[in-house]
Design a protein around this ligand. Structure first.
Ligand code: FAD
Length: 399
């Protein structure tokens, strides 16, 4: 839970007033935002950072039966479903039912799906073995209409590394590519491949694919010509809506005109900081500055102890070193020191004591603790150095 800090902790001492509510409608002409609690706010400036929503592409039963992976609550629901299925599988004597309970289908083959499949293929065998089950019976299937994993994604150059790592998991991830999901039912996925319809029995179907535009963004009075092909409004390089200069927008819900950027956290973070600077500049009557977004490469989790790190398109690392760099980088990016400390100790505890396996004798654990402590130090130091280098590069560019 260290990766989901509370807003109260993040904003303490900042002077920002936090209101927890849901926005119901936005009227940029009247400069008004209405909340579900019926409160209405008038603004002099508005920042739109609504992100996107889960998209089911009209696939029958997807919303009802597939598990999304977007929020903390979604992650808890997936954890619960998987544990229930493993428990039920242990208790049933019906082989067909057991295989269904032990099969997880992950829909899509983009970075989130690849990371999810790789992690489950390492984790579930350990969980099932701890219940006394045969881990070889677990199946994790990556089902996607694309012909390859990571197709059309900024991580596509990591494809061959990803494919190799997916097969090297505790149980190899299975690929069902060129297969379009046509219906999700309580215990199966129906799909079309080579013009033939087939089904995959699976009690758990995880859906993380698709990032359609947020409904509140769709409802804004903005002409389609001033939106990209996904319906996201174009913003100026200074992150303002084309027709409403008092409204700033960034992250997944906006598109910078003539500068296509991937919908990722690193873009959202940098645009958020630029918007804050420009709000300040506007208040002080200074000139607004274009947001400088530098893509710092990609980090792909490929199992419990493996990852691929492509740093700034300059060098690439994979395996356990990639994992340590990835963890180190994320820890370095955590927003407040106390939070960083808590996350680091939790991660170390998991690494050293192998919480998913928990079967090693004390002597071996002590050796592993030494190895991990060394590896973690290298990971954090390397990540710190890389982020520092990137920061220097950015500073040089902005001068
Ligand atoms: C499973 C998954 C894995 C990902 N992994 C990575 C990764 O490894 N690296 C990476 O760079 N990116 C990753 N991304 C993408 C990244 O999460 C997004 O690009 C990033 O979060 C976008 O930030 P944002 O601020 O635009 O929107 P969000 O982070 O989505 O924030 C939107 C906020 O608006 C709030 N909101 C929405 N509707 C309303 C409303 N009506 N009223 C009030 N509040 C509302 C939401 O609660 C949320 O807090 C991943 C995304 C997913 C789904």
């Amino acid at each position: 839970m260290q990766v989901v800090p509370r807003y109260e902790d993040l904003l303490r001492g900042s002077g920002v007033i936090f209101v927890q509510d849901s926005v119901q409608c936005i009227d940029p002409k009247a400069r008004e935002v209405k909340l579900t609690s019926r409160t209405a706010y008038n603004y002099s400036n508005l920042v739109l950072a609504l992100g996107s929503v889960t998209g089911y592409f009209g696939v029958e039963g997807a919303k009802e039966y597939a598990l999304p992976f977007w929020t903390q609550a979604d992650a808890i629901a997936i954890d619960r479903r998987l544990r229930d299925c493993l428990q039920q599988a242990r208790e049933t004597s019906d082989e067909r039912q057991r295989r269904q309970l032990l099969t997880v289908a992950v829909i899509g083959a983009g970075p989130s799906e690849v990371e999810m499949a790789a992690t489950l293929a390492d984790l579930l065998p350990h969980w099932y073995e701890a219940l006394g089950g045969n881990p070889r019976e677990i199946r994790v299937v990556l089902l996607s209409h694309g012909k390859e994993v990571l197709e059309g994604d900024i991580n596509s150059h990591l494809r061959s590394t990803a494919q190799i790592e997916l097969i090297k998991r505790v149980i190899p991830v299975e690929f069902l590519l060129g297969a379009a999901a046509t219906a999700i039912r309580p215990s199966e996925v129906e799909y079309k491949k080579d013009d033939r319809t087939a089904t995959l029995p699976a009690s758990t179907v995880i859906w993380t694919t698709g990032t359609p535009t947020h409904p509140l963004i769709n409802q804004l009075p903005i002409h389609p010509q001033k939106r990209d092909r996904h319906g996201r409004p174009f913003v100026t390089p200074t992150m303002q809506l084309l027709d409403f200069s008092d409204v700033f927008a960034g992250g997944d819900c906006a598109a910078v005109k003539d500068n296509s950027l991937p919908p990722t956290a690193q873009v959202a973070y940098q645009q958020g900081a630029a918007i804050a600077h420009n709000l300040m500049a506007q208040a002080l009557g200074r000139e607004l500055q274009p947001a400088q977004v530098n893509l710092r490469g990609t980090l792909l989790k490929l199992g419990l102890e493996a990852a691929a790190a492509n740093i700034y398109d300059k060098f690439e690392l994979d395996g356990e070193l990639g994992h340590l760099i990835r963890q180190g980088t994320y820890l370095e990016l955590l927003p407040i020191p106390v939070h960083n400390f808590k996350a680091t100790t939790e991660w170390l505890r998991e690494e050293i004591f192998h919480q998913h396996a928990d079967t090693e004798p004390t002597g071996k654990t002590a050796v592993r603790a030494m190895q991990i402590a060394g590896g973690v130090t290298i990971g954090v130091l390397a990540a710190r150095k890389i982020l520092q280098m990137l920061g220097d590069n950015e500073r040089q560019r902005s001068h």
